[in-house]
Design a protein around this ligand. Structure first.
Ligand SMILES: Cc1cc2nc3c(=O)[nH]c(=O)nc-3n(C[C@H](O)[C@H](O)[C@H](O)COP(=O)(O)OP(=O)(O)OC[C@H]3O[C@@H](n4cnc5c(N)ncnc54)[C@H](O)[C@@H]3O)c2cc1C
Length: 337
């Protein structure tokens, strides 16, 4: 089977920050067979870099590895019973399209994760989360191809080390694993997830919100709060919310009254990185052609023509400032390439 390998590919249309970079070689994979051919052919010559929708990656240089663009399509209900439904998506399926499709099939459960850009294969990489739900809450398994061994394996939740915006795929051991397929389990009876204050506010007038009501509310809130990458280049939240010891939180509260903190178990507290960045006056500020979104302090934007280096420079400045003032080191959410 012949694989179509493109050379010197412009990556600007393939990343939501819309920053310039080139891939020396790009191969698009449409099914498992093509993936196996690639693994066999390049077994010893690797390395690779996998790309889905490019919505969680900041390119700061050209890509020297073979860039593997995952375009494996297909979605289906694997089985349905009184306990719930097992549903599958090819790794290249658009995530939001998949969420909308499950609802159209009468299968609620993913509605809180609506309108998150990217692919189904990208979703488990950082255990996407929003509005009180994380992928791990609905995750069943992934089919992966180990590019080094050329073997297909199925991995289940305990294998994946899911955490807050974390999974095995972000660890050294997961670097050679290409996700081919994602399976989620949507349990019955369905129970709405409505803890998130913004969601409660938006749905206050609805007596018993359905999954479709929640889906529409999430879409409306996200459209209001987050810049649309089709209009303004961005990668969603750039910083993770820091998790600190309760003692440090209490100390910080003395100086920063109103600093929000949420119990994170084991005597730890999750702080709002958005609040901290806003408090330090970064919201809406620009540094050259990179900026902090006026509507959301966690979102770094390309105001027009910025490079990945310029956006990284801004992120580093913010990180330094937070470290100096709060004694906390912020972690980046997107992959920095
Ligand atoms: C406007 C906006 C809003 C966002 N909101 C949220 C949010 O609410 N919650 C949230 O969690 N995230 C959010 N994100 C981040 C992003 O949408 C998710 O992380 C998404 O799952 C990334 O998927 P992707 O296909 O675009 O991955 P990419 O950006 O293409 O890749 C991200 C990482 O995953 C790896 N990868 C991708 N596909 C595969 C594969 N098939 N096999 C192995 N590795 C792979 C890549 O190598 C890379 O390291 C947002 C982004 C934007 C632009």
């Amino acid at each position: 089977m012949a694989l179509d390998i493109l050379e010197s590919v412009d990556l600007r249309p393939l990343n939501t920050f819309r920053v310039p970079a080139k891939a020396r070689a790009l191969v698009a994979l449409h099914n498992r067979e093509e993936a196996l051919v690639l693994a066999e052919r390049e077994k010893d010559s690797g390395p690779y870099f996998f790309l889905g929708g490019g919505s969680n990656i900041l390119f700061t240089r050209d890509v020297e590895e073979t860039l593997v663009k995952v375009e494996i399509a297909g979605k289906r209900i694997v089985e349905e019973g009184p306990q719930g439904a097992l549903v599958e998506a090819g790794a290249g399926e658009d995530w939001h399209g998949f969420v909308a499709w499950t609802l159209s099939q009468g299968l609620p459960g993913l509605e809180n994760l609506a309108l998150i850009p990217g692919t189904a294969g990208g979703a488990p990489v950082q255990n996407i989360g929003a509005y009180g739900l994380e992928l791990k809450d609905r995750f069943h398994s992934v089919e992966v191809l180990d590019m080094k061994e050329g073997k297909v394996r199925v991995l289940e939740a305990p294998d994946l080390h899911f955490g807050y915006r974390h999974s095995l795929f972000k660890e050294e051991k997961g670097k050679d694993l290409l996700i081919l397929k994602l399976r989620v389990f949507l349990p019955l009876p369905w129970a709405p997830v409505l803890e998130y204050p913004d969601l409660q506010k938006t749905l206050a007038h609805v007596e018993q919100p359905t999954a479709k009501d929640i889906f529409s509310a999430v879409v409306a809130i996200r459209k209001r709060k987050l810049p649309d990458p089709a209009v303004v280049g961005n990668g969603g939240s750039f910083f993770k919310n820091p998790v600190v010891e309760e003692g440090l939180y209490q100390e910080l509260l003395k100086e920063y009254r109103g600093l929000p903190g949420y119990p994170a178990g084991e005597g730890k507290v999750k702080l709002s990185a958005a609040w901290i960045i806003d408090r330090l006056g970064w919201k809406g500020k620009t540094l050259g052609r990179a900026g902090v979104a006026p509507s959301h302090a966690l979102v770094l934007i390309n105001t027009g023509g910025a490079t990945g280096q310029e956006i990284l420079e801004l992120a580093l400045r913010i990180r330094e400032d937070v470290q100096r003032s709060f004694g906390i080191r912020l972690e980046f959410e997107p992959t920095i390439y």
